[in-house]
Design a protein around this ligand. Structure first.
Ligand SMILES: C[S@@+](CC[C@H](N)C(=O)[O-])C[C@H]1O[C@@H](n2cnc3c(N)ncnc32)[C@H](O)[C@@H]1O
Length: 380
Protein backbone atom coordinates (compact mmCIF):
# COMPACT_ATOMS: atom_id res chain seq x y z
CA UNK A 1 0.00 0.00 0.00
CA UNK A 2 1.33 3.48 -0.87
CA UNK A 3 1.81 6.07 1.86
CA UNK A 4 -1.13 8.00 0.39
CA UNK A 5 -3.44 4.97 0.54
CA UNK A 6 -2.29 4.21 4.11
CA UNK A 7 -2.97 7.77 5.23
CA UNK A 8 -6.35 7.72 3.48
CA UNK A 9 -7.28 4.46 5.19
CA UNK A 10 -6.20 5.88 8.56
CA UNK A 11 -8.32 9.00 7.96
CA UNK A 12 -11.42 6.94 7.19
CA UNK A 13 -10.76 4.53 10.08
CA UNK A 14 -10.62 7.59 12.34
CA UNK A 15 -14.19 8.62 11.49
CA UNK A 16 -16.02 7.58 14.64
CA UNK A 17 -19.15 8.77 16.45
CA UNK A 18 -21.05 11.33 14.34
CA UNK A 19 -18.33 11.17 11.67
CA UNK A 20 -18.73 7.43 11.06
CA UNK A 21 -19.65 6.72 7.43
CA UNK A 22 -22.83 4.66 7.62
CA UNK A 23 -23.10 3.88 3.90
CA UNK A 24 -20.41 1.46 2.64
CA UNK A 25 -20.59 2.96 -0.88
CA UNK A 26 -19.58 6.36 0.49
CA UNK A 27 -16.87 4.70 2.56
CA UNK A 28 -15.49 3.12 -0.63
CA UNK A 29 -15.43 6.55 -2.27
CA UNK A 30 -13.58 8.03 0.71
CA UNK A 31 -11.01 5.21 0.58
CA UNK A 32 -10.52 5.60 -3.18
CA UNK A 33 -10.30 9.34 -3.93
CA UNK A 34 -6.79 10.76 -3.28
CA UNK A 35 -7.27 14.15 -1.58
CA UNK A 36 -3.74 15.26 -2.49
CA UNK A 37 -4.80 15.63 -6.11
CA UNK A 38 -7.24 18.33 -5.00
CA UNK A 39 -5.71 20.12 -2.06
CA UNK A 40 -2.28 20.76 -3.66
CA UNK A 41 -0.74 23.65 -1.74
CA UNK A 42 -2.90 25.21 0.97
CA UNK A 43 -2.96 27.66 3.88
CA UNK A 44 -3.13 26.77 7.56
CA UNK A 45 -4.12 29.30 10.22
CA UNK A 46 -1.41 30.49 12.60
CA UNK A 47 -2.57 29.47 16.10
CA UNK A 48 -3.51 32.44 18.29
CA UNK A 49 -3.24 35.06 15.51
CA UNK A 50 -5.81 37.88 15.50
CA UNK A 51 -6.80 38.77 12.84
CA UNK A 52 -6.16 35.25 11.65
CA UNK A 53 -2.88 34.93 9.76
CA UNK A 54 -2.18 32.01 7.44
CA UNK A 55 1.03 30.26 6.50
CA UNK A 56 1.36 28.38 3.23
CA UNK A 57 2.02 24.63 3.15
CA UNK A 58 3.40 23.91 -0.31
CA UNK A 59 2.93 20.69 -2.17
CA UNK A 60 5.71 18.21 -1.45
CA UNK A 61 7.22 19.95 1.59
CA UNK A 62 7.89 17.92 4.75
CA UNK A 63 4.62 16.94 6.47
CA UNK A 64 2.49 18.06 3.52
CA UNK A 65 0.89 14.67 2.74
CA UNK A 66 0.14 13.97 6.41
CA UNK A 67 -1.59 17.36 6.63
CA UNK A 68 -3.59 16.62 3.46
CA UNK A 69 -4.97 13.56 5.27
CA UNK A 70 -5.92 15.43 8.45
CA UNK A 71 -9.65 15.84 8.96
CA UNK A 72 -9.29 19.60 8.51
CA UNK A 73 -10.49 22.21 6.05
CA UNK A 74 -7.56 23.22 3.84
CA UNK A 75 -7.86 26.80 2.60
CA UNK A 76 -6.64 27.16 -0.96
CA UNK A 77 -7.42 30.81 -1.75
CA UNK A 78 -7.67 34.11 0.15
CA UNK A 79 -9.44 37.30 -0.94
CA UNK A 80 -10.47 35.77 -4.26
CA UNK A 81 -6.91 35.81 -5.62
CA UNK A 82 -4.08 34.86 -3.21
CA UNK A 83 -2.99 31.25 -3.59
CA UNK A 84 -0.50 29.49 -1.29
CA UNK A 85 2.22 29.33 -3.96
CA UNK A 86 2.02 33.16 -4.24
CA UNK A 87 3.25 33.52 -0.65
CA UNK A 88 6.92 32.71 -0.33
CA UNK A 89 7.30 31.73 3.34
CA UNK A 90 6.03 34.09 6.02
CA UNK A 91 2.37 34.63 6.75
CA UNK A 92 -0.51 36.46 5.14
CA UNK A 93 -3.92 37.70 6.30
CA UNK A 94 -7.08 37.64 4.22
CA UNK A 95 -10.58 36.20 3.93
CA UNK A 96 -10.80 32.55 2.84
CA UNK A 97 -12.57 32.31 -0.54
CA UNK A 98 -11.93 28.69 -1.54
CA UNK A 99 -10.99 25.50 0.27
CA UNK A 100 -11.14 21.74 0.46
CA UNK A 101 -13.78 21.21 3.13
CA UNK A 102 -12.95 18.80 5.96
CA UNK A 103 -13.55 15.27 4.64
CA UNK A 104 -15.86 14.12 7.44
CA UNK A 105 -18.23 17.03 6.74
CA UNK A 106 -18.17 16.45 2.98
CA UNK A 107 -19.05 12.79 3.51
CA UNK A 108 -21.70 13.53 6.12
CA UNK A 109 -23.38 16.02 3.78
CA UNK A 110 -23.36 13.62 0.84
CA UNK A 111 -25.12 11.10 3.08
CA UNK A 112 -27.57 13.71 4.45
CA UNK A 113 -28.50 14.52 0.87
CA UNK A 114 -29.96 11.02 0.72
CA UNK A 115 -28.93 10.41 -2.85
CA UNK A 116 -28.59 7.16 -4.75
CA UNK A 117 -28.51 5.41 -8.10
CA UNK A 118 -30.32 7.23 -10.90
CA UNK A 119 -30.30 10.65 -9.21
CA UNK A 120 -29.10 13.74 -11.06
CA UNK A 121 -27.23 15.97 -8.64
CA UNK A 122 -26.30 19.65 -8.95
CA UNK A 123 -23.42 20.76 -6.73
CA UNK A 124 -22.80 24.47 -6.10
CA UNK A 125 -19.19 25.37 -5.18
CA UNK A 126 -16.79 22.94 -6.87
CA UNK A 127 -13.85 24.43 -4.97
CA UNK A 128 -10.92 22.06 -5.22
CA UNK A 129 -13.18 19.38 -6.73
CA UNK A 130 -12.66 16.90 -3.87
CA UNK A 131 -16.35 16.68 -2.93
CA UNK A 132 -17.28 16.55 -6.64
CA UNK A 133 -14.91 13.62 -7.18
CA UNK A 134 -16.35 11.76 -4.18
CA UNK A 135 -19.85 12.26 -5.61
CA UNK A 136 -18.74 11.17 -9.08
CA UNK A 137 -17.03 8.07 -7.65
CA UNK A 138 -20.16 7.08 -5.74
CA UNK A 139 -22.88 8.02 -8.26
CA UNK A 140 -21.01 8.06 -11.58
CA UNK A 141 -19.71 11.15 -13.35
CA UNK A 142 -22.82 11.41 -15.55
CA UNK A 143 -24.96 11.99 -12.45
CA UNK A 144 -23.08 15.07 -11.28
CA UNK A 145 -22.96 18.66 -12.49
CA UNK A 146 -20.87 21.06 -10.43
CA UNK A 147 -20.71 24.86 -10.67
CA UNK A 148 -17.78 27.02 -9.55
CA UNK A 149 -17.82 30.82 -9.58
CA UNK A 150 -14.07 31.42 -9.79
CA UNK A 151 -12.53 30.45 -13.14
CA UNK A 152 -9.03 29.92 -11.71
CA UNK A 153 -10.38 27.68 -8.94
CA UNK A 154 -12.64 25.88 -11.42
CA UNK A 155 -9.76 25.31 -13.84
CA UNK A 156 -7.60 23.72 -11.13
CA UNK A 157 -10.54 21.56 -10.02
CA UNK A 158 -11.16 20.37 -13.58
CA UNK A 159 -7.52 19.24 -13.89
CA UNK A 160 -7.61 17.46 -10.51
CA UNK A 161 -10.93 15.73 -11.24
CA UNK A 162 -9.58 14.51 -14.57
CA UNK A 163 -6.39 13.25 -12.89
CA UNK A 164 -8.59 11.30 -10.46
CA UNK A 165 -10.27 9.60 -13.41
CA UNK A 166 -13.72 11.16 -12.85
CA UNK A 167 -15.86 12.85 -15.48
CA UNK A 168 -18.64 14.98 -13.95
CA UNK A 169 -20.00 17.95 -15.90
CA UNK A 170 -18.29 21.16 -14.73
CA UNK A 171 -19.55 24.69 -15.20
CA UNK A 172 -17.83 28.00 -14.46
CA UNK A 173 -20.47 30.52 -13.47
CA UNK A 174 -22.71 31.82 -10.72
CA UNK A 175 -24.21 28.77 -9.07
CA UNK A 176 -26.93 30.93 -7.53
CA UNK A 177 -28.45 30.85 -11.01
CA UNK A 178 -28.24 27.06 -11.02
CA UNK A 179 -27.39 25.21 -14.22
CA UNK A 180 -27.91 27.61 -17.14
CA UNK A 181 -28.77 24.68 -19.41
CA UNK A 182 -30.71 22.35 -17.24
CA UNK A 183 -33.36 21.42 -14.79
CA UNK A 184 -34.91 18.22 -13.55
CA UNK A 185 -32.36 17.61 -10.83
CA UNK A 186 -33.19 15.18 -8.03
CA UNK A 187 -30.77 16.73 -5.57
CA UNK A 188 -28.86 19.98 -5.03
CA UNK A 189 -25.98 20.32 -2.58
CA UNK A 190 -24.24 23.62 -1.86
CA UNK A 191 -20.78 23.89 -0.33
CA UNK A 192 -20.99 27.67 -0.08
CA UNK A 193 -23.59 29.38 2.12
CA UNK A 194 -26.43 31.69 1.07
CA UNK A 195 -28.60 34.42 2.66
CA UNK A 196 -31.71 32.89 1.11
CA UNK A 197 -32.45 29.90 -1.10
CA UNK A 198 -31.80 31.11 -4.67
CA UNK A 199 -35.14 30.95 -6.55
CA UNK A 200 -33.67 29.22 -9.67
CA UNK A 201 -32.80 26.19 -7.52
CA UNK A 202 -36.48 25.80 -6.67
CA UNK A 203 -37.30 25.39 -10.34
CA UNK A 204 -34.35 23.20 -11.31
CA UNK A 205 -34.89 20.59 -8.59
CA UNK A 206 -37.99 18.49 -9.25
CA UNK A 207 -40.91 18.43 -6.78
CA UNK A 208 -40.01 15.75 -4.24
CA UNK A 209 -36.31 16.48 -4.79
CA UNK A 210 -34.04 17.73 -1.99
CA UNK A 211 -31.78 20.72 -1.43
CA UNK A 212 -29.02 20.68 1.20
CA UNK A 213 -27.69 24.15 1.88
CA UNK A 214 -26.20 26.24 4.68
CA UNK A 215 -28.11 29.46 5.37
CA UNK A 216 -25.95 32.29 6.65
CA UNK A 217 -25.83 36.07 6.76
CA UNK A 218 -23.74 39.15 7.36
CA UNK A 219 -23.26 38.34 11.04
CA UNK A 220 -21.72 35.03 9.98
CA UNK A 221 -24.10 32.74 11.82
CA UNK A 222 -25.00 29.46 10.11
CA UNK A 223 -27.64 26.73 9.89
CA UNK A 224 -27.56 23.68 7.61
CA UNK A 225 -31.01 23.05 6.10
CA UNK A 226 -32.43 20.07 4.23
CA UNK A 227 -35.41 21.14 2.14
CA UNK A 228 -37.83 19.15 0.02
CA UNK A 229 -39.15 20.91 -3.06
CA UNK A 230 -42.95 20.90 -2.84
CA UNK A 231 -43.77 22.58 -6.16
CA UNK A 232 -41.85 24.72 -8.69
CA UNK A 233 -40.74 27.72 -6.63
CA UNK A 234 -41.67 26.19 -3.26
CA UNK A 235 -39.93 24.08 -0.62
CA UNK A 236 -40.02 23.27 3.05
CA UNK A 237 -37.57 21.70 5.43
CA UNK A 238 -35.78 21.68 8.72
CA UNK A 239 -32.35 22.63 9.98
CA UNK A 240 -30.06 19.75 10.92
CA UNK A 241 -28.07 19.07 14.08
CA UNK A 242 -24.38 19.99 14.18
CA UNK A 243 -22.20 23.03 13.66
CA UNK A 244 -21.78 23.43 9.94
CA UNK A 245 -20.43 26.65 8.43
CA UNK A 246 -19.35 27.54 4.91
CA UNK A 247 -17.89 30.59 3.24
CA UNK A 248 -20.64 32.68 1.66
CA UNK A 249 -21.56 32.46 -2.00
CA UNK A 250 -19.71 35.38 -3.46
CA UNK A 251 -22.71 37.38 -4.74
CA UNK A 252 -24.33 37.07 -1.29
CA UNK A 253 -21.32 38.25 0.68
CA UNK A 254 -21.37 41.43 2.71
CA UNK A 255 -20.34 44.53 0.79
CA UNK A 256 -17.00 45.99 1.93
CA UNK A 257 -17.33 48.71 4.56
CA UNK A 258 -15.17 51.57 5.75
CA UNK A 259 -14.29 51.78 9.43
CA UNK A 260 -17.33 52.14 11.66
CA UNK A 261 -18.03 55.27 13.72
CA UNK A 262 -20.21 54.59 16.74
CA UNK A 263 -22.70 57.43 17.05
CA UNK A 264 -24.99 58.57 19.90
CA UNK A 265 -28.61 57.44 20.00
CA UNK A 266 -31.52 56.54 22.26
CA UNK A 267 -30.59 54.69 25.43
CA UNK A 268 -32.49 52.17 27.53
CA UNK A 269 -31.70 49.18 29.74
CA UNK A 270 -31.61 45.84 27.89
CA UNK A 271 -34.07 43.08 28.75
CA UNK A 272 -31.64 40.27 27.86
CA UNK A 273 -28.01 39.54 28.64
CA UNK A 274 -26.23 40.60 25.40
CA UNK A 275 -23.73 37.75 25.83
CA UNK A 276 -26.40 35.31 24.63
CA UNK A 277 -25.93 36.45 21.02
CA UNK A 278 -22.28 35.41 21.16
CA UNK A 279 -23.39 31.75 21.34
CA UNK A 280 -23.76 29.55 18.22
CA UNK A 281 -27.56 29.58 18.17
CA UNK A 282 -28.04 32.95 19.92
CA UNK A 283 -26.03 34.55 17.11
CA UNK A 284 -28.23 32.74 14.60
CA UNK A 285 -31.39 34.09 16.23
CA UNK A 286 -29.94 37.62 16.25
CA UNK A 287 -29.07 37.30 12.58
CA UNK A 288 -32.61 36.16 11.75
CA UNK A 289 -33.96 39.20 13.59
CA UNK A 290 -31.57 41.70 11.98
CA UNK A 291 -30.77 40.07 8.64
CA UNK A 292 -28.91 42.94 7.00
CA UNK A 293 -26.85 43.76 10.09
CA UNK A 294 -23.23 42.96 10.74
CA UNK A 295 -22.48 41.90 14.32
CA UNK A 296 -19.24 42.86 16.04
CA UNK A 297 -18.13 42.91 19.64
CA UNK A 298 -18.57 40.19 22.19
CA UNK A 299 -19.99 39.40 25.62
CA UNK A 300 -21.83 42.36 27.14
CA UNK A 301 -20.45 44.71 24.48
CA UNK A 302 -22.25 43.88 21.26
CA UNK A 303 -22.34 46.11 18.21
CA UNK A 304 -24.87 45.76 15.41
CA UNK A 305 -24.49 47.86 12.28
CA UNK A 306 -27.11 47.60 9.57
CA UNK A 307 -25.55 47.49 6.11
CA UNK A 308 -28.79 48.52 4.38
CA UNK A 309 -29.86 51.50 6.54
CA UNK A 310 -26.86 52.48 8.65
CA UNK A 311 -28.88 51.82 11.82
CA UNK A 312 -26.77 50.95 14.86
CA UNK A 313 -27.20 49.30 18.22
CA UNK A 314 -24.56 48.78 20.85
CA UNK A 315 -24.73 47.37 24.35
CA UNK A 316 -22.54 48.06 27.35
CA UNK A 317 -22.46 46.74 30.91
CA UNK A 318 -23.78 49.07 33.62
CA UNK A 319 -21.53 49.63 36.66
CA UNK A 320 -24.30 48.50 38.99
CA UNK A 321 -25.23 45.38 36.98
CA UNK A 322 -27.37 44.98 33.86
CA UNK A 323 -26.65 46.52 30.47
CA UNK A 324 -27.60 49.61 28.48
CA UNK A 325 -28.33 49.63 24.77
CA UNK A 326 -27.86 52.65 22.52
CA UNK A 327 -29.86 52.58 19.30
CA UNK A 328 -30.06 54.97 16.37
CA UNK A 329 -31.40 54.96 12.82
CA UNK A 330 -34.62 53.83 11.17
CA UNK A 331 -34.32 50.23 12.42
CA UNK A 332 -34.38 49.50 16.15
CA UNK A 333 -31.97 46.61 15.73
CA UNK A 334 -31.77 45.70 19.40
CA UNK A 335 -35.57 45.72 19.79
CA UNK A 336 -35.75 43.21 16.92
CA UNK A 337 -32.99 41.05 18.39
CA UNK A 338 -34.43 41.15 21.90
CA UNK A 339 -37.91 40.09 20.71
CA UNK A 340 -36.42 37.17 18.77
CA UNK A 341 -34.13 36.05 21.59
CA UNK A 342 -37.03 36.16 24.07
CA UNK A 343 -39.14 33.98 21.75
CA UNK A 344 -36.23 31.54 21.46
CA UNK A 345 -35.67 31.54 25.23
CA UNK A 346 -39.39 30.89 25.80
CA UNK A 347 -39.06 27.84 23.51
CA UNK A 348 -36.21 26.44 25.65
CA UNK A 349 -33.29 27.81 23.57
CA UNK A 350 -33.13 24.93 21.07
CA UNK A 351 -30.17 24.45 18.72
CA UNK A 352 -30.67 25.23 14.99
CA UNK A 353 -32.36 21.83 14.60
CA UNK A 354 -35.33 23.31 16.45
CA UNK A 355 -35.97 25.58 13.44
CA UNK A 356 -37.49 25.00 10.01
CA UNK A 357 -37.83 26.88 6.76
CA UNK A 358 -40.63 27.46 4.27
CA UNK A 359 -39.98 28.90 0.84
CA UNK A 360 -42.65 30.06 -1.58
CA UNK A 361 -42.95 32.49 -4.44
CA UNK A 362 -44.13 35.04 -1.86
CA UNK A 363 -41.08 34.83 0.40
CA UNK A 364 -38.86 32.73 2.62
CA UNK A 365 -39.44 32.27 6.35
CA UNK A 366 -37.40 30.56 9.02
CA UNK A 367 -39.65 29.44 11.88
CA UNK A 368 -39.10 28.17 15.37
CA UNK A 369 -40.66 24.87 16.47
CA UNK A 370 -43.34 24.20 13.88
CA UNK A 371 -44.69 26.11 10.91
CA UNK A 372 -46.96 28.82 12.34
CA UNK A 373 -44.57 29.41 15.28
CA UNK A 374 -42.44 32.56 15.64
CA UNK A 375 -40.91 33.30 12.24
CA UNK A 376 -38.51 35.64 10.48
CA UNK A 377 -38.32 36.62 6.82
CA UNK A 378 -35.07 35.94 5.01
CA UNK A 379 -33.73 38.87 2.97
CA UNK A 380 -34.40 38.34 -0.74
C1 LIG B 1 -15.87 25.70 0.66
S1 LIG B 1 -15.42 25.86 -1.00
C2 LIG B 1 -15.99 24.36 -1.75
C3 LIG B 1 -15.37 23.13 -1.22
C4 LIG B 1 -15.41 22.02 -2.23
N1 LIG B 1 -16.72 21.49 -2.43
C5 LIG B 1 -14.38 20.95 -1.90
O1 LIG B 1 -14.71 19.90 -1.41
O2 LIG B 1 -13.23 21.22 -2.14
C6 LIG B 1 -16.65 26.98 -1.59
C7 LIG B 1 -16.52 27.27 -3.06
O3 LIG B 1 -17.72 27.91 -3.49
C8 LIG B 1 -17.36 28.79 -4.52
N2 LIG B 1 -18.45 29.75 -4.75
C9 LIG B 1 -18.71 30.89 -4.06
N3 LIG B 1 -19.78 31.48 -4.58
C10 LIG B 1 -20.22 30.70 -5.60
C11 LIG B 1 -21.28 30.81 -6.54
N4 LIG B 1 -22.12 31.83 -6.51
N5 LIG B 1 -21.39 29.84 -7.47
C12 LIG B 1 -20.55 28.79 -7.51
N6 LIG B 1 -19.51 28.65 -6.66
C13 LIG B 1 -19.35 29.59 -5.71
C14 LIG B 1 -16.07 29.42 -4.03
O4 LIG B 1 -15.37 30.04 -5.08
C15 LIG B 1 -15.38 28.21 -3.42
O5 LIG B 1 -14.53 27.62 -4.35
Amino acid sequence: MSTSAQLRAALVDGFTGDDRIADPAWENAARAVPRELFAGSFFLPVAGSNPTAYHPVCKGEAGWLEQVYSNETLITQLDGRIRPDDVAGGTVTGTPTSSSTLPSLVLRMWQQLDTGAGHRVLEIGTGTGYSTALGAHRLGGAAITSVEYDPVVGGAAAAAIKAAGCAPRLIIGDGLLGDPDGDDYDRLIATCSVRHVPPPWLHQVKPGGKILVTLSGWSYAFGLALLTVTEPGGATGRFLPGWTSFMMARPHDRPPRQSLSLLPGDERPTRIDPEVISTWTGGWVAQLAAPSAERMGAGGQQILSDVATGSQARTMPDPGGGWTVVQRGPLRLWDQVEDAVEAWQAAGMPHQDGFGITVSREGQQVWLGAEGGPSWNLPI
